[in-house]
Design a protein around this ligand. Structure first.
Ligand code: ADP
Ligand code: MG
Length: 329
């Protein structure tokens, strides 16, 4: 099947700044694809290259199999939902949603019908006559979504769309967005710097650093099988064992990642460690450990016997849980 979006060696340089520095990617139709990375890693620039607000300084962007070259934004089968919503304050909700259709020359009656349908899709039926100022932040976010969906894009681009919402609303919207994407079958390209958000929502995640994709894979790949220390470190609270430690302990020859929840206290075997701190987290306790001079953490589930601070313990893990990395970037 034709890819929804394809990047071939795409570059976007601004003078000396390499905002996007040789990105290859292929996003399948119907996929929920997340671009994850720290601020300044090139995520927004990649979205703008898909939308057509930016042109590559090298390489090629194709959408639905067609090279985009000089195709202007309004001729691309994509739409963008911005973090700040960018709603028109003087227009009511329905006219905001129908705006793109009006620009496209569609008549008043079909425009209204389409806008009301889109508002229903985002669970805001009957809100058409309100002004944006009469809505909550979450509702404005839905209007922005409806305004993009009404254009029936093949690909929906979302740039940190939940960034302005508080945690509870954010989590509710994550579930809703994901359900909506499944129902509509539209390809979503979702930019976020929040690893939890990317892992919980996406079919596939691309981890960005310095204008490049360090790793692209399923949330499980990214979380359990990081290919570089940067990914293990950015994507979760992983223990990163430097090559000296893995060598000294006879575990392997490169850096390794070990999730805190994979570390167990064992009565014999394993490795000697000292408990340097304890933090009660509710469902688990986080132990800070000194393993052969290296600081690491373990998450011990509620109910297990808890060692005292300063005590000597033995720790172990299932062999599969220690992930050795090829690169030492
Ligand atoms: P992200 O969305 O991951 O935070 P961006 O894609 O916005 O990152 O930016 C990537 C890098 O490119 C940053 O260093 C940013 O300062 C730079 N950059 C983005 N747009 C421009 C521009 N128009 N001119 C110069 N530098 C830019
Ligand atoms: Mg950005």
């Amino acid at each position: 099947m034709t890819a929804a979006v394809e990047f071939r060696r795409v570059e976007r340089h601004y003078g000396e700044v390499r905002a996007v520095d040789g990105v290859d990617l292929s996003i399948a139709q119907g996929e929920f694809f997340a671009m994850l990375g720290p601020s300044g890693s090139g995520k927004t620039t990649c979205l703008r290259l898909i939308a057509g607000f930016e042109r590559p300084t090298g390489g090629e962007v194709a959408i639905m199999g067609a090279p985009m070259g000089d195709v202007p934004p309004y001729r691309r089968p994509v739409n963008t939902v911005f973090q700040d919503y960018a709603l028109f304050p003087h227009l009511n909700v329905r006219d905001n949603v129908a705006y793109g259709l009006m620009i496209a020359g569609q008549g008043r009656a079909p425009r209204r019908r389409a806008a009301d349908e889109a508002l229903e899709m985002v669970a805001l039926p009957g809100y058409g006559a309100r002004k944006p100022s009469e809505l909550s932040g979450g509702q404005r976010q839905r209007v922005a979504l409806a305004r993009a969906l009404v254009m029936q894009p093949k690909v929906l681009l979302l740039d940190e769309p939940l960034g302005a919402l508080d945690l509870k609303l954010r989590e509710a919207m994550q579930e809703e967005l994901k359900a909506l994407q499944r129902r509509l079958g539209i390809t979503f390209v979702f930019v976020t710097h929040d690893q939890g958000e990317a892992l919980s929502m996406a079919d596939r995640v691309a981890v960005f650093n310095d204008g490049r994709i360090v790793q692209a894979g399923t949330p499980e790949d990214i979380y359990y099988r990081p290919e570089a220390p940067f990914v293990a470190d950015f994507v979760g609270s992983s223990n990163l064992l430097p090559p000296e430690v893995t060598r000294r302990l006879g575990l392997g020859d490169g850096p390794a990642a070990l999730r805190p929840e994979a570390v167990r206290l064992v009565s014999e075997g394993g490795h000697a460690a000292r408990v340097t701190g304890l933090a009660f987290l509710g469902t688990a306790t986080r132990l800070s450990l000194d393993l052969d001079g290296h600081r690491m953490t373990a998450l011990i589930p509620r109910g297990a016997d808890m060692p005292a601070e300063g005590s000597d313990v033995r720790i172990g893990w299932a062999p599969d849980d220690l992930h050795l990395m090829k690169v030492s970037a």
